[in-house]
Design a protein around this ligand. Structure first.
Ligand SMILES: Nc1ncnc2c1ncn2[C@@H]1O[C@H](COP(=O)(O)OP(=O)(O)OP(=O)(O)O)[C@@H](O)[C@H]1O
Length: 265
């Protein structure tokens, strides 16, 4: 499981991003972005296409390297750290169900996402076969519990590729919960999801925040979701943060209207 030692009080910054720059050749995809994500918050990251949101997600979670600036998680620098080390500290991002995962049963998608797979440690397995077996059982139990919670229990033995778009999104969220994260980053969780399953996904996000104090940072284009479900909104444009505040103040910010919302505000 992750290192989940809680230190910061609720509301303190859990993630601090300061002056982050990420270039791709001559393109400054992220161009000096700075903002905090408070512990226990649901923070939305919005902005027009190409604003640098996904690139910033990748930098923060260790999937994109070579960035400048400060990225601190729970008071410690994680800049340049590999993704597995960041995930071990409790910050994870969801991933689309790839072709390889789509060709596996739902239950295997879940158990593969668990840390410390017994089969990975051949020596440990030989020395402690009972412990390895127990761990395997625990992983399977947690996977089944999560599938139950997410309404996917009936699908456990079906190939993930047979799930609907919305069910896949639920599976993506369920998978990251196998590591019992403290902070989850979601990239467009509502894209391609029907309103019923989308609503269910958002209910899970709120329940996890209430029950476990999980912190969420989500990239979302659906302004109803952003306005109705986040405590804080950060708007990026051209690699920079142009507004950061409560949903209403960001929605009515003239820079946000000009750069992103246009006539929709
Ligand atoms: N691997 C890459 N190589 C070159 N340029 C890239 C790469 N990834 C992103 N970019 C460029 O960086 C800029 C920011 O892209 P990014 O995908 O981070 O934006 P975004 O805000 O997530 O957009 P969207 O809302 O459309 O997903 C864009 O100009 C994009 O073309």
């Amino acid at each position: 499981m992750t290192d989940t030692t809680d230190t910061a009080p609720v509301g303190e910054p859990l993630l601090r991003i300061e002056g982050v720059v990420k270039r791709f050749g001559g393109v400054r995809a992220v161009d000096g972005a700075s903002f905090d994500v408070r512990r226990g918050s649901i923070t939305a990251l919005i902005g027009p296409n190409g604003a640098g949101k996904t690139t910033l997600f990748n930098v923060v979670t260790g999937f994109e390297h070579g960035a400048e600036g400060t990225v601190e998680y729970d008071g410690r620098s994680i800049a340049g750290k590999p993704s597995y080390a960041i995930a071990r500290r409790g910050m994870v991002r969801t991933f689309q169900i790839t072709k390889a995962l789509a060709a596996m049963p739902v239950i295997d998608n879940m158990t593969l996402a668990a840390p410390h797979q017994p089969g990975e440690h051949i020596v440990g397995l030989c020395i402690h076969p009972r412990a390895a077996h127990r761990r395997e059982r625990e992983v399977e139990e947690r996977a089944c519990e999560l599938l139950e919670t997410f309404g996917l229990a009936a699908k456990r033995d079906e190939y993930a590729g047979t799930l609907s778009g919305g069910q896949r999104k639920l599976l993506e969220l369920a998978r990251v919960l196998m590591v019992e994260p403290r902070m989850v980053l979601l990239d467009e969780p509502m894209a391609g999801v029907n309103p019923t399953l989308g609503g269910r996904l958002l209910e899970h996000v709120h329940a996890l925040r209430e029950r476990d104090g999980t912190t969420f940072l989500l990239i979302e284009h659906d302004m109803e979701v952003v306005m109705g479900h986040s405590d804080r909104v950060v708007c990026m444009a051209q690699g920079r943060v142009i507004a950061d505040g409560d949903p209403e103040s960001v929605r009515t910010d003239q820079r946000v209207i000009d750069a992103y919302l246009g006539g929709a505000a």
